[in-house]
Write a protein that binds this ligand. Structure first.
Ligand code: NDP
Length: 296
C-alpha cells in the first residue's frame, strides 16, 4: 500500500510519520519539501503531485491552524483549509485513493452543554472554523472513500502547546489567570495518529465505514482545570514552579479577549467512533501525563 502524508511536520503529522510507517510505503510532504509540492497555497500543484504519486491513501494533516491570524488572513486560511482539500479530494477521486482528513470542534458554535454529535448542525464562529467546515464539506460530497476525524485541543510533545506555555509562565509568576468556561478534552497527537492508522486498516477492509467521526480523549476539563493538572503533575515529577496548582485563578473567556470568539462547549461525542471502529479512548489525563513525562 502506498500512503501519501501531507502536513508531515505538524503536531499530528509528526506522529503520523510514526504510526503510518508500518502500513506500507509512506511518502511524506510538508511545506518545506522542495523536491515535491507540499504547499497548500498551491492547490493545483498539490493535485498534480497526487496524480504523479498515485497513492492508495492520502492523509491530510495540514491546515491553517493560526486561528486568530486567520481572521485577518482570510484568503490564505480558505486556500489552505478549504481549497487545497477540495483539490486533493478531486485528485484522489481520479487516482482512486482514499482520503483521511482532520477537522475541528470549531465548526460548531459552542452553545449548550451537550457533547456534539456528527449529525449536529455546524455553525462556525470564526474564519478558521468556517474554512475547516468548507474543507470537510468538499470531501464529504466527493464520493471518495474517506475518514474525517473532528478533534479538539490537540497537544504533542513536539512543538509549542498550552501545557508548555503554562509551565513557562508558572516558573516566572506566583499566580496565573486561566479561562474556566471553555470545556473540552485535551487530545494527544499520538492518540490521533494511532487511531488514524487503525481507521485506515478498517476502511480498507470495509469502504462502508466512510464518514465523519468525532475523536477526542475521554473526559472533559476547562483550560483552568488543564493548567492545574499540569502544575500538579509537574510537581510530582519534581519540577519547581513559582505558581502552584492552587494559585491558578479562574477567569471567564470575557476577561481574556482574542480576535476570535472561541466555542465555550467543545465537548465531542465519540460514541460513533467507539462503536463502529471498536476503539477505546483513554482519559485525557493519561496522555497529558505521558507528554509531561516526556518534556520535563
Ligand atoms: P499544526 O499547526 O501543528 O500543523 C499544521 C500543519 O499544516 C503544519 O505542518 C504546517 O506546516 C501545515 N501547513 C500550514 N500551512 C501550510 C501550507 N501553506 N502548506 C503546507 N503546509 C502547511 O496543527 P495540528 O497538527 O495540531 O493540526 C492537525 C489537524 O488537526 C488540522 O486539520 C487542524 O485543523 C486539526 N485540529 C487541530 C487542533 C489543535 O488544537 N491544534 C484542534 C482541532 C483540530 P509548517 O510546519 O510548515 O508550518
Amino acid at each position: 500500500m502506498k500512503l501519501l502524508l501531507l502536513g508531515a511536520n505538524g503536531q499530528v503529522g509528526w506522529e503520523l510519520q510514526r504510526s503510518l510507517a508500518p502500513l506500507g510505503e509512506l511518502i511524506c510532504l510538508s511545506r518545506a519539501s522542495t523536491d515535491f509540492c507540499g504547499d497548500f497555497l498551491n492547490p493545483t500543484g498539490l493535485a498534480q503531485k497526487v496524480h504523479n504519486i498515485k497513492p492508495d491513501v492520502i492523509i491530510n494533516a495540514a491546515a491553517y491552524t493560526a486561528v486568530d491570524k486567520a481572521e485577518s488572513d482570510i484568503a490564505s486560511a480558505y486556500t489552505v483549509s478549504a481549497d487545497a482539500p477540495a483539490a486533493i479530494v478531486q485528485a484522489a477521486h481520479v487516482v482512486g485513493a482514499c482520503l483521511i482528513h482532520f477537522s475541528t470542534d470549531y465548526i460548531f458554535n459552542g452553545s449548550g452543554t451537550k457533547a456534539w454529535t456528527e449529525t449536529d448542525t455546524p455553525a462556525p464562529l470564526s474564519v478558521y472554523g468556517a474554512s475547516k467546515l468548507q474543507g470537510e464539506q468538499a470531501i464529504s460530497v466527493s464520493g471518495v472513500r474517506r475518514l474525517i476525524f473532528r478533534t479538539s485541543w490537540v497537544y504533542a510533545a513536539r512543538g509549542g502547546n498550552f501545557a508548555k506555555t503554562m509551565l513557562r509562565l508558572a516558573k516566572e509568576r506566583d499566580t496565573l489567570s486561566v479561562i474556566n468556561d471553555q470545556i473540552g478534552a485535551p487530545t494527544g497527537a499520538d492518540l490521533l495518529a494511532d487511531i488514524t492508522a487503525h481507521g485506515i486498516s478498517r476502511l480498507m477492509a470495509s469502504y462502508q465505514l466512510s464518514g465523519i467521526y468525532h475523536l477526542a480523549a475521554a473526559g472533559e476539563t476547562t483550560w483552568h482545570g488543564y493548567a492545574q493538572h499540569v502544575f500538579a503533575q509537574a510537581r510530582l515529577l519534581g519540577v519547581d514552579l513559582k505558581c502552584k496548582a492552587e494559585n491558578v485563578v479562574e477567569i471567564p473567556t470575557s476577561a481574556y479577549p482574542t480576535p476570535i470568539q472561541r466555542p465555550l462547549n467543545s465537548r465531542l461525542d465519540c460514541s460513533k467512533l467507539k462503536s463502529i471502529m471498536s476503539v477505546y479512548l483513554p482519559d485525557w489525563q493519561i496522555g497529558v501525563n505521558r507528554m509531561l513525562n516526556e518534556i520535563l
